[in-house]
Design a protein around this ligand. Sequence first.
Ligand code: HPA
Length: 273
Amino acid sequence: MSYYDQIIESVVFLREKIDIEPEIGVVLGTGLGSLADKIEIDVRIPYCEIPHFPPATVKGHEGALIFGKLEGKNIVAQSGRYHYYEGYDMKQVTFPVRVFRFLKVKSLIIASAVGGIHQEYEAGDVAIVTDHINLHYENPLQGHNDERLGTRFPDMTDAYSPRLIELAKQIAKEKNIKLHESVYAGLPGPNLETKAEYNYLHVIGATVVGMSTVPEIIVARHMGLESCVFAAIANKCFPISAIKEVTHDEVIQVANLAASKIAAIAMEMIRRL
Ligand code: HPA
């Protein structure tokens, strides 16, 4: 079965289960998990029930699509993400975003934890991503291009919607939340970077670094889906002298600190969209 047919089969299955047509998609990465509690849930569908959704690799993290209302808007939330470092290929990692588009989602909001590679960024700060540098060696658009999904050579200018960036900045200002504007370097992980790598990322113009998001944005752009990304700065990685050894648990703890700020901005954004 072609990739396109798999997407359609998932969409047909989901349409049977839902009464609403979601207009906004939310990817609940680290930093937006608390948003899930605010959704008036209509239906929650575990990935394992949805045709062609990749199986979860980590027990206890089943993952689900949540359909419901947030700030009066019909949304679909991806609760639990597929990361490349878990062993999924790029087409699996980005499958939910493909499905969102064919469910007629118009705007996509992603949140993810990052390392901060700018001297003024502190752990716990939040950022809106304005651009990225893709340092993955595999690309989700590699191989045969199905024109029903998008064009062979998608343009990546404004992959991060200027409209949504402006809206996020406006809302952050109104709410008195400091919001950096950042360039996201996307790496496969799962290890964090060496000091030399953080320095290299700084030199090439990145201001945050993470292990997700870039594949999803490439695919969203391929399909003409308006997108924005919030980054929760979990650890300070620049200047090099400020780097401290961190564990994944510490990264999650600090990202959660930033989560309430991201949730506040994202919810107001959803209300105004
Ligand atoms: N590097 C890559 N990804 C991350 C980091 C980091 O330092 N912190 C949180 N996600």
